[in-house]
Design a protein around this ligand. Sequence first.
Ligand SMILES: [Zn+2]
Ligand SMILES: [Zn+2]
Length: 107
Amino acid sequence: MMRNAVTCDRESCLALSLEPEEPENTRFEDLIVEAGWVLRPAVVVLPGYPGAPDVLAHLCPACAAERGPVLERGECPTCAGATEDLDTGSTCRYCRKVVPHLADKWC
Ligand SMILES: [Zn+2]
Ligand SMILES: [Zn+2]
């Protein structure tokens, strides 16, 4: 089966988001926008971007929040960036997405 994937168009950013293996009844584009990805005309978000004015740039949530680029890959479900374990959960170093620890970890 083909899975969609989106990568960040910002130079040297390694952010990546894969379509869920069991797609919900939602378009992949809607899913990633909900997750914080930004789709905008490339020339607006990336000055000097060699794309045509009508080409959409994909910015990861980290870059969209000026926290990018993602330089290290990790476990973040939103941008695939490296995460660190904080009290609140596994927190993305880049987009700050928090994945709460599973309850059974505390048993
Ligand atoms: Zn990015
Ligand atoms: Zn992230």
